[in-house]
Design a protein around this ligand. Sequence first.
Ligand SMILES: Nc1ncnc2c1ncn2[C@@H]1O[C@H](COP(=O)(O)OP(=O)(O)OP(=O)(O)O)[C@@H](O)[C@H]1O
Ligand SMILES: [Zn+2]
Length: 439
Amino acid sequence: MEKELANLRARVEQLERELLIARSSATPAPILESAELSTPDLPLPLADYRRYGRQMILEGFGLPGQLKLKNASVLVVGAGGLGCPALQHLAAAGVGSIGIVDHDTVELSNLQRQILHTDTRIGWAKALSAKAALSEINPSVKVTAYVTSLDSTNARALLSQYALVLDCTDNPQARYLLSDMCSELRVPLVSGAAMRYDGQLCTYNLGEDGPCYRCLFPRPPKPETVGTCEDVGVLGVVTGVIGTLQAMEAIKIIVGMNNSRPSLLVFSALSTPPFRTVRIRGKRIDCAACGSEVHRRDKIEETDYVSFCGGNLPDWEQTGLVAGQARISPQDLNETIATFGTISVPFKLIDVRSSAEFGICHLPSSENIPLKTLLKDPARHVPLDPSTPTFVVCRLGNDSQIAVEALRKVAPSGDAVIRDLVGGLRAWSSVVDSSFPVY
Ligand SMILES: Nc1ncnc2c1ncn2[C@@H]1O[C@H](COP(=O)(O)OP(=O)(O)OP(=O)(O)O)[C@@H](O)[C@H]1O
Ligand SMILES: [Zn+2]
C-alpha cells in the first residue's frame, strides 16, 4: 500500500514537472487589438469597456453616455491655456471626433500652462502639437487639426461640421465671431476665460432660451482695457481649472446631464469660497445675433470683428507715441550710462514696470516707479534739476512712452532730457546684454 502511494506521488510529481515545461515553452497568447476583440453584438470594442469603465458605472452615465460621447463631435478653438486641459479631458473621456483650430506655434513661455505641448515641440503649430498629444492619450479618437486663424471667411464652414464648440481663445474678436456663428448654426458654445488668478465659464445658446455672448455683452470692451496673459500674467492652474470645467460642461451637454438654466461661473483662486455662480438673463429679444427677426443681422460677414472691437491697438514700438528725439536706443542708453558713470554725471533711470516685474530683474541703479504711481503725480518724479537726464524703461517700450509723455508735460524746462528706451528691456536683452532675463 505504501509502495503504491509512493508510486502515485512520484507520478503526480512527474506530471507537474511536465506541465511546467509545457507552460514555459508555450508561445505566448497574441495580444489582440481591441477591434479584433469586439463582438458583433457589443456596441463598443471590448477594450473600451475597461478604458471607460470608471465613468460608465456612474449613475446617469452608463453605456448610453459613453455611446453619446463616441458619436459626438466637438470643435475646440484655441489650443492654449484653456484649450489644452479641455482637449485632454475630451479625448481621454472618449469624444469620438475632435477638431482643433489654432494658427499659433508653441513657444517656451506657453509651457507653464499649455500642458499638451512639450519642450521638444517648441516651434510646432499648436494644433498639430495638441493632436500629437491626444493621439498618445487616446488613439481611437479622430482628431482633425486646423492650422488657421478662425475668422469670418472660414467660421461657418468649420463650425458647421461640429455639434458643440468650445471657445478657448483670448480675444473679444474671436468671442463675438464664435458666438454669432454658433447662434446662427444653433450650436451650444462653452466659453472660458482666465487671467491672473481669476476665471469665468459660461455656456451660450443652450436650449431655446439660452442667451448668446452678444446678449450679455452687446458692446465690446475698449481695446485698451483688454489685458492679455502676456501683459498681466496668469497662473497655469487657473487656466487648468477653467479649461477642465469647459470639458466638464461639454460632456454634460453631450450626455444630457446639463442644467439648461443660464448662469455664469466665476472663479477666483484667492477668494474663499473660490467659486460663485451668477444667474444670468435669457436671450435678449433685441440681440443683433439671436434676437427676434426685426433686430437680427442677416449675414455674419457684415461684421468686421476687428473694427467692431475697436481695431488693433497701435504698435508704439513701430509708430512711436512720443517723438523720436524723446527716445533712446538700447546701444545709446548703454553708452550714455557708461560715459555718465566715468565722468560722474548724475542721471535718473526710472523703471515703470510693476514691483513684481522689477523684482524679477532690473538694471543696476534703476529706480522702480510703477506707471500707475508715476501717472498719479508725474511732477513728483521729474528731477528738480532740469539738467539731470532722465531715462525711462519698461518691458516692451510702450508704458515707458506714456511715462515720458507725462513727465515732459510737467518738466520745468522744455530742454530737459527725458527719454524712453525703444523696445524696452526686451530690446536691451537682445541688443546689449543677452544675460538680462526675458520673460
Ligand atoms: N481667431 C483665432 N483662431 C484660432 N486660434 C485663436 C484665435 N484667437 C486666439 N487663438 C488662439 O487661442 C489661444 C489662446 O491661448 P493663450 O492665451 O493661453 O495663448 P497665447 O496667446 O499663446 O498666450 P500668450 O499671451 O502667453 O502669448 C492661442 O493659442 C491663440 O493662438
Ligand atoms: Zn444674443
